[in-house]
Design a protein around this ligand. Sequence first.
Ligand code: SF4
Length: 455
Amino acid sequence: MSADLLSRYGQPVPRYTSYPTAPHFTPAVDGAVYAAWLAAIPHESRVSVYVHVPFCAELCLYCGCQTTVARNRAPVKAYADRLVEEIGLVRAHLPAGLALTHLHFGGGTPTMLADEDFAAVMGALRATFAFTDDAEIAIEIDPRVMDDATVAVLAREGFTRASLGVQDFDPAVQAAIGRTQSFRTTRKVADALRAAGIGALNLDLMYGLPHQDEASLTRTVETALTLDPSRIAVFGYAHVPWMKKHQSLIPEESLPGPAERLAQAELVARLIKAKGYEAVGLDHFAKPEDAMARRADEGTLKRNFQGYTTDDAPVLLGLGASAIGALPEGYVQNVPLTPEWHKRVAAGELPIARGLAVTDEDRLRRDVIERLMCDLKVDLGAVLARHGFPADFFAPELGRLAPLVADGLATCEGTVVEVPEAARSFTRVVCAVFDAYLAASRAAEPEKKRHAAAV
Ligand code: SF4
């Protein structure tokens, strides 16, 4: 891809973990609306649950998550106790015994929870939901905050999958991002998880970090692959110091530019695929026998707030400060700041800050964007027919797509729009053509920065 294309199409675009995206949520959706949506969930529905744990042992400078540093155990214990209360509040509105197919603990660093915290939260969840026999119970792990006792707790509580945060093994890069983590530490945790029966391991890597270059990234990827993960996620570092103040401690001049970022993303993809992994969507890789690769092959992969997922439950319930839920009627987000979340739950309120009731048109556009993000391809005619919209509904979007087609970022054959392999990194730019909210918000506030760079 040329520098000219990068300058024309490198503008900030959303990551499309939802559509409409979170910046368009409003306070019109509050606890009362959420309570009605919860009560309307059919008793035969499958649900998935996300639990957010907003604590870390220290702050990584690149961090874009909702988290704070906990220097002692007290705030974590208080948070776990409150999570149990929040589960009780949600349970009061739900039909009894809903089948739970996916549970994901994210953060922050969920392993900041102590053994008794895990037992309490898992006990409350098991008292609320009927976990299916094949339920996936997953957790994000910082290998620096993990010991054998926690591994044993996760095994006892039935966890099946773990995502290990790595980012980069190069000491200079680690120093620049404030995250020192040896390969030995990471391997020890991976080995311990496998020995305890938690065999489904993901690795999270990053490109676009300070001082990364192709040689250091090659060493990192080759070292990481010796851990033999079943899935790998490779995220581009999103430098948004206007939203995450601590990122301003990373000097801009240490960051790779757009062309280097693109070359890094392509290099990492080549290295991982050369070891037999399949590229999944924009930034994931999976072994061909892994469920995620199979879903991608079948065209049934899904996208949610954790990224790509095999989870196709129609209801996602978010628990904890800032957690986002997705229900058939729309999205809800808990209050982001932990003190306010405590206050609301202690008062017996569902701690919703904002959300969005989706319209039929939102559902249509969500389907188009999700298929593009997951399959890099969508049959607009089929999606329009499925949603009962006229065949020419996307005529304006096809007009806006024409320059991208001319530039090789998309193809359009009949009603099928596809992102060619060479333009995979620009998939979000093609999705943005179908995003009605983005165009409106750019027109209303052209200077406002909301998202990270497209590539
Ligand atoms: S461990 Fe993860 S969530 Fe915590 S500060 Fe580092 S990047 Fe952020």
